[in-house]
Design a binder for this molecule. Structure first.
Ligand code: AMP
Length: 440
């Protein structure tokens, strides 16, 4: 369905056209008419589905059609997001889609000075995009008046709950008018999300962008069994051998993220780490460098990476599997954006087999396992074909075959998509150095 068939105003259609979009994504097709009608919406959609435009466009239209020109500006739309990065990105979308409309917006998050935000708010804004904590600071300091909010959007609500924002959200909900339109976007629908929706949404219409908890089909997923101590080496090797240029790597902890970024740097691969301990300035810079291609690998923890929006991110690597299976789906959702194919690669050691099983249970299918010749294969993963035998086939082809170009290598090359990548053989350490030099 085209945007022009969705009943949007000329100003919004021009802005969409300026972004280069013609066809609406499934979540946009479902959400836009409902929001325009004034309905409360409970939407199952993760980053990459086009959800931001799905709520931003119709919300702007509602403001436009009930324009209160001449009156003093006050926040009429409030978007709550879990992270600063997501807040900044949603705000950017508000500006992009609202470029031909007279509304003013502000983005509010912690980790930066509060004063410029106050100055912006004093001048009057129509739309506020905020993380909950800093928003409440403004409420406390009376630099924001939320008493006339007409539309509330909870973006990535599941993540807000995971991050412990429920009390802050409740406080904010207690301040804003009960008479309002509420939109709740969440990648997953836990019991907590359902009860939040039951409490704060009014007869919501439920919509789904992708089947719940299902990894998008465009993402090719692969597991490389590897010893824990050799993960970094294998990662450098793969990056070099298959010439991956833009790689988002997930770790479980800030410590591992820092260490890995440092080590990749010594391997000649430009890297940066982002996590909660980094200053806002450092995070913004790392993300900008990564987007611009100045940094090849971005190492991130789950929370820091949440909401990162990078067009056509080709490779996502799970350096460590997440503790919570749902996070795997969030992570790999960073790739295969807007119809592009993407590759999700997991480096799995023996300690992580239980986590891997949990993920496969959630996905409802096994992830292909491929042994990389030259790397010590985790015997447990090798020995145990999981469920339907697809993995057994690969393992049978490659088991213990350290120096040959086995099927594992070819499969991995096909996944990496670079001709000739599978033709090298020999020691992994040699690969690592040569590959990096060649590719950097
Ligand atoms: P989101 O899920 O909102 O984070 O959006 C994911 C990415 O898809 C963003 O980079 C958007 O700019 C892009 N996008 C949003 N809507 C469309 C569309 N209709 N066609 C193509 N790309 C889109």
């Amino acid at each position: 369905m085209l945007f022009k068939d969705l009943g949007l105003t000329a100003e919004l259609l021009s802005a969409v056209e300026k972004q280069g979009y013609e066809e609406a994504t499934p979540i946009q097709q479902q959400a836009i008419p409902l929001v325009l009608e004034g309905k409360d919406v409970l939407a199952g959609a993760q980053t990459g589905t086009g959800k931001t435009a799905g709520f931003t466009l119709p919300v702007l239209q509602r403001l436009q059609l009930a324009n209160k020109e001449g009156q003093k500006r006050h926040p009429r739309v409030l978007v709550l997001t879990p992270t600063r990065e997501l807040a900044a990105q949603v705000h950017e979308s508000v500006r992009d889609y609202g470029r031909y409309l007279p509304f003013r917006s502000a983005v509010i998050f912690g980790g930066v000075s509060i004063n410029p935000q106050k100055q912006k708010l004093v001048k009057g804004v129509d739309i506020v995009v905020a993380t909950p904590g800093r928003l409440l600071d403004h409420v406390q300091q009376r630099s924001i008046d939320l008493s006339r909010v007409e539309i509330l959007i909870l973006d990535e609500a599941d993540r807000m709950l995971d991050m412990g924002f429920i009390r802050d959200i409740r406080k904010i909900l207690a301040i804003i008018p009960k008479q309002r339109q509420t939109l709740l976007f969440s990648a997953t629908f836990s019991k907590e999300i359902k009860s939040l929706a039951a409490e704060f949404l009014h007869q919501p219409v439920e919509i789904q962008a992708t089947p719940q908890n299902t990894a998008t089909e465009l993402v090719s997923q692969i597991v490389y069994p590897v010893d824990k101590q050799r993960k970094r080496e294998l990662l450098s090797h793969k990056i070099g051998e298959e010439n991956w240029q833009q790689v988002l790597v997930f770790t479980r902890t800030k410590h591992v993220a820092n260490k890995l970024a440092e080590q990749l740097g010594t391997d000649g691969i430009t890297s940066a780490a982002i996590h909660g301990n980094k200053s806002q300035g450092a995070r913004t810079k790392a993300l900008a460098d990564f987007k611009a291609g100045r940094v090849r690998v971005l190492v991130a923890t789950d929370i820091a990476a949440r909401g990162i929006d990078i067009d056509k991110l080709p490779h996502v690597v799970n350096f460590e599997l997440p503790n919570v299976a749902e996070d795997y789906v969030h992570r790999i959702g960073r790739t295969a954006r807007a119809g592009q194919a993407g590759h999700a690669i997991s480096l799995v050691c023996v300690d992580e087999i239980k986590l891997l099983r949990d993920i496969e249970k959630l996905l409802g299918s096994d992830i292909e396992k491929v042994n990389v010749p030259g790397y010590d294969v985790n015997p447990l993963i090798k020995a145990e074909p999981i469920q339907n035998g697809r993995n057994g086939r690969n393992n049978a082809g490659n088991g213990g075959n350290r120096n040959s170009n086995g099927r594992g290598r070819q499969r991995a090359s096909a996944g990496g998509g670079r001709p000739g990548a599978g033709n090298r053989s020999g020691g992994a350490r040699a690969h690592s150095g040569g590959g990096n030099r060649r590719a950097s």
